[in-house]
Design a protein around this ligand. Sequence first.
Ligand SMILES: [Zn+2]
Length: 487
Amino acid sequence: MRTIIICIVALLFSGPAAAAHHYTVHVDAALDTLRVTARFASPVQSVRARHGSAGRFLLEAADCETGLPLERRGRTLTSPQTSISCIDYVVDLRGAAAAERRNEGLDPDNVVVSPAVWLWQPRTAAESRVIVRFLLGDGVDVSVPWQTVGDIEHTYEIPPSPRSARAPAAFGRFIHVHQEPSAGMPRIALLRSPGNVDDDAIIDWILDTVGYVSLAYGRFPNPGAHVVVMPVGKNGWRSDSPVPFGRVVRDGGESIELFIDKRRPIEDFYDDWTATHEFSHLMLPFLQSSHRWISEGFAQYYQNVLLARAGRYEVQRAWQKLYEGFERGRKSRPELSANEASRRGVGAATMKIYWSGAIVALMADVELRERSGGRESLDDVLDRLQRCCLPAADRWTGPQLFGKLDSLVEEPVFMPLYQQYADKEGFPDIAPLFRRLGVDIEDGRVALHDDAELASVRDAITRSASDAGARAFIDRSRAQQAKRSEP
Ligand SMILES: [Zn+2]
């Protein structure tokens, strides 16, 4: 077996026809440095790093054929020779980690540093394949959002992807849950931090949340995703939430960063919606920022619906939360349309952005269910979207997404809603739809009535998972807990 692996590695790293840039990254056991050798698919004029601070952490860099040092200007490296086929360089990993605030709360034997700081690439990298192989010091593990290459240990290809921020990469001794990609579950890296914590419970909570999101259409939207869970230090985010901050990062694949307050009891995590919200984002492609009300809104809608289906929220509570959210959206910046509110630089419009999209998601879901007599729902359409188009390699516009969704159903639903609401100031009137769904509001409290015209549609939206496939998925994700690797 070992011989075969070595042969494949040799093929990957010296194969004559492979039009790829090949990186070998040595990570030392102390996590002090990354020693990198990069061989390019063809000679290049220069290489650069994406992060402005990368030059500060570059300890040395040389042309590996001539041995001559490379010249650095800012974050660009050039050779005194005209072109470069191969470079050796050393990055101060420890220094780069110290410059990233997220490492403050972590044990020093694990760090998170973005490839934007340590991966020096030719400008042509976007057109060529980039393959990165890690050679790890004793006890060191690595977790990156990239695709694994065959069975070759710690070897990845950077997939084409839009860029929303800088991807995280974890190095060191952390808890790493990963299985065959066919298992359909994302990889999880739980970073270690000082103090007592029940790591098993945190991993179970993540796996359960993966299961909740699978209740939309029976599987996780991107099994190749990378979940990085980082405990915050005591001077960390000022927040009452057990998950003070979470986000999806699209950059060479999809990462979900979750910052957690480990001082909180595990029940608080189960009562928090952040992870469900972030995972729900993976059901849509990355949208350009002026249409982010759609991505935020769909995630907002689904976090409530899915937590009800999973039994974490009482059904009444889910509708209460939707009602209160719509009210906050209605009161937020009524002079703006959803598209205007989403534009960069427009402040104080968060509620407008999130809940404008959520109400459109609800309207689309109800229309699909009503007109099909319950045979079709938003879940089904997003299932088809995942099969055809996700994870997407590029950034989409709102109309592009809604046009695509309409192409997946018999009669358009989405573009008509976009045309009606996207550029209209104010907020859609929820009252008529709530009345038909049997969602009555009395003194700000939601009361559900089963004699309403669309009460069965309302029930179906939050029905607890009877879908055997999804339940099995949750059970399987829990079973993975037994297979995790530990430092
Ligand atoms: Zn979001």
